[in-house]
Ligand binder design. Structure first.
Ligand code: FAD
Ligand code: NAD
Length: 467
């Protein structure tokens, strides 16, 4: 068996793994990356990027249909149609462009990319089937092993994937639009894709086990999302659990909070009940690493319980977000290159690309109270923001949380159309230790949604100007 030695071996080429490899190569660390499927991982191929592309298609179609029906803007069109095959091709084109870009960057920076499924032999050895000469296995030896194998969708016992029960992967490449889609789980994926399918024309019902949509966010923040779901005509079954399909497979059996059962007709069922770290089937178990639940346990340097074996991204648990994986990857590469680093971000932004969008960075008022911090908070409504009104986006708000004593900003939350782009300003203010006065005293360009950020800070200081 052919054997190759490398200093850093990265297993998995998602945002965590490929960023780690790029940064390591920048720093002169000889690096090999093994990827079983496609560079870019879940995020670029079957996650963040294709979902946002489909969301854009769906919103554009909704707008066009709105123009045809009754446009307040005075735009008149005939009834539009959606060429779904073309929409999927367009989405695939973006994915291809980005994954091709990752491949080019890795090549240019000198990372050796091995295509194939890696099997862990021990903490310093990985074998890749079919990657050697004449289709034989290739043995890779390393000084540092970085595990970045991501996550997989959770399968529900009563609704195994197959047939009309699909995961987000299949939902991102529809061959045809179902007439009736049942979504299980009102979290990130269920709502982002459920809304997109509704806007493209499907009837969408959502079954959620808890009493609220997006249960990870506070109720005030999700209220505009709830209003949006109702406006779109989506049907919600909250506090309900799914039992399985009916005998003929044409409906989902749903149990209500009062233990009654009913059948919810479905041509397609999207199960979006969470994701779990990808730890099985490639020899990881043999390392006997300490685990934190289903995730590989890591410390504040992404070190596992085994020396020189590191883990990043979804494999290391929540929050399962691409930008966290990338930041961890960058840190591990720098540590291996000899830099002094530690994982201590002020906050990891989270955005749900619903309609309207929801952004959370840092502490909510409840989280601050629970942490025993004496905090103040203030919200500025987008209805009072000129730019929002010109974009027909006057619903929602921007909220700031700060310490009462010294006004140090602790967190930002926002709900509204286009607020995802405010995440950069929110994260920067936290990372730089801004106080309310810093944000309030910064000249924000007019007319922009960013003025709502400044106004929220002004309001927290008791001197909002436009509300
Ligand atoms: P992954 O991206 O999962 O990459 C892991 C890679 O490892 C894969 O390419 C896999 O093929 C490879 N691999 C696994 N085992 C082996 C092996 N034995 N040998 C070789 N290779 C292997 N996050 C956001 O921040 N924003 C979003 O908008 C967003 N939207 C999402 C939408 C959807 C529908 C989904 C499913 C996820 C979304 N996420 C989003 C989450 C995001 O995709 C993940 O957090 C991110 O991809 C995690 O990166 P990772 O590098 O840890 O793992
Ligand atoms: P999620 O954790 O966001 O939501 C899962 C939802 O399903 C929860 O509300 C949960 O209460 C519900 N649920 C669980 N079991 C259920 C059952 N049996 N019946 C009914 N409801 C049930 O998970 P997800 O939407 O699958 O997304 C997985 C992960 O992917 C997210 O945690 C996130 O990290 C990542 N993601 C991020 C983005 C983004 O950043 N915009 C988008 C998509 C996915």
């Amino acid at each position: 068996m052919k054997e190759i030695s490398t200093k850093l071996l990265v297993l998995g080429g998602g945002p965590g793994g490929y960023v780690a490899a790029l940064r390591a190569a920048q720093l002169g660390v000889p690096t090999t990356l093994v990827e079983a499927q496609a560079l870019g991982g879940t995020c670029l191929n079957i996650g963040c990027i294709p979902s946002k592309a489909l969301i854009h298609v769906a919103e554009s179609f909704r707008q066009a249909r709105g123009f045809a029906a009754d446009s307040a803007l005075g735009i008149r069109t005939a009834a539009p149609t959606l060429d779904l095959a073309q929409a999927v091709r367009w989405k695939d084109g973006i994915v291809k462009r980005l994954t091709g870009g990752v491949a080019a960057l890795l090549k240019k920076s000198g990372v050796r990319v091995v295509q194939g499924r890696g099997h862990i032999v021990d903490g310093k050895t990985v074998e890749v089937e079919g990657a050697g000469e004449d289709g034989a296995a290739l043995r890779l030896r390393c000084e540092h092993l970085l595990l970045a194998t991501g996550s997989v969708p959770v399968e529900l016992p009563g609704l195994p994937f197959g047939g009309r029960v699909i995961s987000s992967t299949e939902a991102l490449s529809p061959a045809a639009l179902p007439r009736r889609l049942v979504v299980v789980g009102a979290g990130y994926i269920g709502l982002e894709l459920g809304i997109a399918y509704r806007k493209m024309g499907a009837e969408v019902a959502v079954v959620e086990a808890t009493e609220r949509v997006l249960p990870a966010y506070d109720a005030e923040l999700t209220r505009p999302v709830l209003a949006g779901l109702k406006r779109l005509g989506m049907v919600l079954h909250l506090g309900c659990s799914v039992q399985g399909l009916t005998g003929d497979g044409s409906a989902v059996r749903v149990r209500t909070p009062t233990a009654d059962e009913f059948a919810l007709p479905a041509d397609l069922v999207l199960v979006a009940a969470g994701r779990r770290p990808n730890t099985q089937g490639f020899g990881l178990e043999s390392l006997l690493l300490e685990m934190a639940g289903r995730a590989v346990k890591i410390d504040d340097r992404c070190r596992t319980s085994m020396r020189r074996v590191w883990a990043i991204g979804d494999l290391s648990g929540e929050p399962m977000l691409a930008h966290r994986a990338m930041a961890q990857g960058e840190m591990v590469a720098e540590l291996i290159a000899g830099h002094e680093r530690r994982w201590m971000p002020a906050a990891i932004p989270a955005i749900c690309f619903t309609d309207p969008e929801v952004v959370v960075v840092g502490q909510s008022p409840e989280a601050a109270a629970q942490a025993g911090v004496d905090a103040i908070d203030a919200a500025f409504p987008l209805a009072a923001n000129g730019r929002a009104l010109t974009l027909q986006a006057g619903e929602g708000f921007v909220r700031v949380v700060a310490r009462r004593d010294n006004h140090l900003v602790l967190g930002w939350q926002a709900a509204g159309q286009g607020v995802a782009e405010l995440a950069a300003a929110f994260a920067q203010s936290l990372e730089m230790g801004a106080r309310l006065e810093d944000v309030a005293g910064t000249i924000h360009a007019h007319p922009t949604l960013g003025e709502a950020v400044q106004e929220a800070a002004l309001r927290a200081l008791g001197r909002a100007l436009h509300v």
